[in-house]
Design a protein around this ligand. Structure first.
Ligand code: CA
Ligand code: CA
Ligand code: CA
Length: 183
């Protein structure tokens, strides 16, 4: 028994040291003005790094640290799956969702198709850069409406494509047009 408990204690100490190391690193990056102290904003970045764009690399690094078992700086398919699913018995059948995740890895995670996820691919997985719907909608409307392609929308062009604007979901532009008498 004694050997076992000390092994457990050993593991705890290691986890603890790892935690401190990780926290120090995270603290350093959260401390944007590098004065060693954290303001409320800096502390928020420390607590919720996934919500601060400048903490993105730290979040990716921490994820790698956790899942990259062989420490080569990449996530293999096995490491990726191993993070979500560990068979309880040898040769246990994989549930369907795990098979799906394997497929996802090839289809979406490993974007450059080299069989492993690099930091950038990991970033897109855990912190997808948000698709800006409003901007996409504006670009679409602009493209459809700006007939003479001078990158300016005239009132005439908008009125010609009135149906498009009224049907637009992302903007309340249709409503705005009907509200404004000068149109
Ligand atoms: Ca500071
Ligand atoms: Ca690896
Ligand atoms: Ca890749």
């Amino acid at each position: 028994m004694r050997g076992r408990t000390s092994a457990i204690r050993g593991k705890r100490e290691m986890d603890f040291r790892k935690m401190i190391r990780r926290d120090k690193k995270r603290w350093f990056h959260a401390d944007q003005d590098r004065d060693g102290d954290l303001t409320i904003e800096e502390f928020t970045s420390f607590l919720h790094p996934e919500e601060s764009p400048h903490m993105r690399n730290i979040v990716i690094e921490e994820t790698l640290e956790d899942i990259d078992i062989d420490g080569d700086g990449f996530l293999s398919l096995e490491e990726y799956i191993g993070d979500m699913f560990k068979p309880e018995t040898e040769g246990e059948d994989e549930p369907a969702w795990v098979a799906q995740e394997r497929e996802q890895f090839g289809l979406y995670r490993d974007r450059d198709g080299d069989g492993k996820m690099n930091s950038q691919e990991i970033g897109e997985w855990i912190l997808p850069t948000e698709y800006d719907h409003a901007e996409a909608e504006a670009k679409h409307l602009m493209y459809e409406t700006d007939v003479n392609k001078d990158d300016q929308l005239t009132k005439r062009e908008i009125l010609d494509q009135y149906d498009l604007f009224v049907g637009s979901q992302a903007t309340d532009f249709g409503e705005a047009l009907t509200r404004h008498d000068e149109f």
